[in-house]
Design a protein around this ligand. Structure first.
Ligand code: HEM
Length: 235
């Protein structure tokens, strides 16, 4: 085992802010929906709007971070070990079988996580933001109608937004259960709080990455040699 810095500070900030905001949006959203009373309907509507704007700001920064750091590549879906990962969660975990995939800095997510998180990022969250904005501007800026977008009724928007909210809640329940399935119950939670996690060092994935890195280094060296040659020829 070796300790690696796996979750960068922005990543942890973004993860926890997003988690808090989604929790708060669910709390206020389901109050607006009429599921229970906590803040009072009017306050719930106002708080939901503020939290929604905050979430949009966090999402914009997160998109920027993912693309500038190259971390978006972590979410490229793969079917390699997908079945093994599923089998592990369904059966292996109860038989103390080893984890089928190993976490590394360059590959933090198992194939099931890649698929789930990608789907959240490109489907569920955009659907929530877009339907929420439709909802917001239909109600608050144009009174009975939304001029430019010409939506006749909020029914479909409300249905989609509520279905998305249920999907997110289902995700949260499964997510909270799965984070307890690391090497110990708290391993994954601690890693997302501190950034550091103990990972196995002599595994196939690491070797694969090291090989990839070696290939990259070789390419870099070749490029540098080419550059040097050109420079020398100039002089
Ligand atoms: C940026 C994202 C979001 C925006 C812009 C947004 C906006 C809105 C708006 C304007 C409403 C209507 C409030 C009213 O009736 O006055 C609403 C309702 C609601 N929102 Fe959101 N929301 C967002 C994200 C979320 C999230 C993440 C959840 C849950 C996890 C959620 C759950 C709900 C629920 C359950 C309702 C009640 C739907 C109904 O009964 O028709 N929202 N949202």
């Amino acid at each position: 085992m070796k300790t690696v810095y796996i979750y960068k500070s922005f990543e942890r900030f973004w993860h926890w802010t997003q988690a808090f905001l989604i929790f708060f949006l669910a709390l206020t959203g389901f109050e607006v929906h009429g599921s229970f009373s906590f803040f009072g309907y009017e306050n719930a509507v106002i708080f939901h709007s503020y939290a929604a704007y905050a979430l949009i700001v966090v999402i914009v920064f997160a998109i920027f971070w993912h693309f500038t750091t190259g971390e978006w590549k972590q979410y490229i879906p793969t079917t390699k070990f997908l079945k093994a990962q599923l089998d592990f969660y369904i059966l292996g975990i109860f038989r103390n079988s080893p984890h089928p995939t190993k976490k590394t800095v360059l590959s933090k997510l198992n194939p099931l996580q890649r698929l789930t998180y990608l789907e959240l990022k490109i489907m569920v969250i955009p659907v929530m933001v877009i339907s929420g904005l439709f909802y917001m501007f239909y109600r608050y800026t144009s009174g009975d109608n939304i001029g430019g977008l010409d939506i006749e009724s909020l029914e479909t928007v409300a249905l989609i937004h509520t279905a998305g909210a249920y999907a997110l809640m289902a995700f949260v329940v499964v997510h909270v259960y799965l984070i307890t399935t690391g090497h110990s119950i708290l391993t994954n939670l601690k890693a997302m709080m501190t950034g550091y996690e103990d990972v196995e060092d002599d595994d196939e994935n690491n070797n694969e990455e090291e090989n990839n890195n070696e290939e990259e280094n070789k390419d870099d060296n070749n490029n540098n040699n080419e550059k040097e040659k050109v420079e020398n020829e100039k002089h």
